[in-house]
Design a protein around this ligand. Structure first.
Ligand code: PMP
Length: 400
């Protein structure tokens, strides 16, 4: 019955790794997928994660019973505190409904499904450009996806004017997807002052903020700084959605651990919202997995482990920042034409180089460097040893 089935294209981001794996060249370099690597180019399991796993293994009271539909209670509580701040009035007033979901993607999807079912304005505005999975997640959840201007290729910075115009023209009540920090793929974030203007504009039009927080702590190295945008919206007492991922900041990529929080106006509304979230989750995957959430809860509940985590997190963020400096210096040393200072101005895991699809294809063919065709490179995949190779390739791509 499936003999006529068409072959689907590879995922534009994960497909880069598929192509990389097929290449046997010794100096091949994968800068496609957003996963942290050490200076030696190896994946990293955080020391605090190993310690938490050890604690869990040694606890004889642990069983493998199903979790509730909403997930592990401790994990949900700690996750809300992490993003909104331990002293958040929304938490103290029990106005937050938090459910454990399958990493950031699952949290976005559950939030999207909930909105498609229960919210009157089914249009979501996502930034242009944005993470390639956003339009698919929200379309399949049943929302209508539109874009707002975000990035200005001329300045390689924020198109603030365009953003304000587009959100100003959005219909009353529309949902707006915002990257909490370290915007993917551009690495360009609004300033605090710009966030405040966005907040005022959105609240004046009743636009509903849906934050995607996939990089808390990874951008600046500080968990609080990277959550500032979200906290500004929660501080005004209005509704707010937040999807959290622990893939990057705890290196728990494959454990698929994340949370969706919906900040409501009252505790009563939050509890009704939670009851409806259960109806979204139950027929989708019934209930979430235990292991990753237990690791996160163990770390967040233990002040020693928590403090150690912040140190390890900062070390990852700092290594990425140092890669930015090294790449800029390497290009300047080669006299590569153009202004490359955006490499150190952009933040988070990615640099939006400004290289076009032809230049990317050239770098892959001639230098075995793999990256998405929009010119995005994962700074976390670079090391001092590979920076010169990348700089050579970029120089050749720009000058050939
Ligand atoms: N949102 C953004 C902006 C991302 O970059 C990512 C990861 N690439 C995600 C969400 C979701 O990642 P995960 O499902 O692995 O947590």
């Amino acid at each position: 019955v499936f003999s006529q089935i068409a072959r689907a294209p590879e995922d534009p981001i994960l497909g880069v790794t598929v192509a990389y794996n097929k290449d046997s060249h010794p100096s091949k370099l994968n800068l496609g997928v957003g996963a942290y690597r050490t200076e030696e180019g190896k994946p990293l399991v955080l020391n605090v994660v190993r310690q938490a796993e050890q604690k869990l293994v040694n606890d004889p009271s642990r069983v493998k019973e199903y979790l509730p539909i909403v997930g592990l209670a401790d994990f949900n509580k700690c996750s809300a505190k992490l993003i909104f701040g331990a002293d958040s009035p929304a938490i103290h007033e029990n106005r937050v409904a938090t459910v454990q979901c399958l990493s950031g993607t699952g949290s976005l999807r559950v939030g999207g499904e909930f909105l498609a079912k229960h919210y009157y304005e089914r249009t979501i505005y996502i930034p242009s450009p944005t993470w390639g999975n956003h339009p698919k997640v929200f379309t399949l959840a049943g929302l209508s996806v539109k874009t707002y201007r975000y990035y200005d290729p001329a300045t390689r910075g924020l198109d603030f004017q365009g953003l304000v115009e587009d959100l100003g023209n959005a219909p009353q009540g529309a949902i707006v997807l915002l990257h909490a920090c370290a915007h993917n793929p551009t690495g360009v974030d609004p300033t605090v002052d710009q966030w405040e203007q966005i907040r005022k504009l959105m609240r004046s039009k009743g636009l509903l903020p849906f934050f995607d927080s996939a990089y808390q702590g990874f951008a600046s190295g500080s968990l609080d700084t990277d959550a500032q945008s979200v906290r500004m919206f929660v501080a005004d007492g209005g509704e707010c959605f937040a999807a959290q991922s622990y893939a990057k900041n705890m290196g728990l990529y494959a454990e698929r651990v994340g949370a969706l929080s919906i900040v409501c106006k009252t505790a009563d509304v939050a509890s009704r919202v939670e009851s409806q979230l259960k109806l979204v989750i139950r027929p989708m995957y019934s209930n979430p997995p235990l292991h990753g959430a237990s690791i996160v809860a163990t770390i967040l509940k233990d002040s020693n482990l928590y403090n150690e985590w912040t140190v390890e997190l900062k070390a990852m963020a700092d290594r990425i920042i140092s890669m930015r400096k090294q790449l800029l210096e390497a290009l300047q040393a080669r006299g590569t034409p153009g202004d490359w200072t955006h490499i150190i101005k952009q933040i988070g895991m990615f640099t939006f180089t400004g290289l076009n699809a032809d230049q990317v294809a050239f770098m892959t063919k001639e230098y075995h460097i793999y990256m998405t065709s929009d010119g995005r490179i994962s700074m976390a995949g670079l090391s001092s040893k590979t920076v010169p190779h990348l700089a050579d390739a970029m120089h050749a791509a720009v000058t050939s």
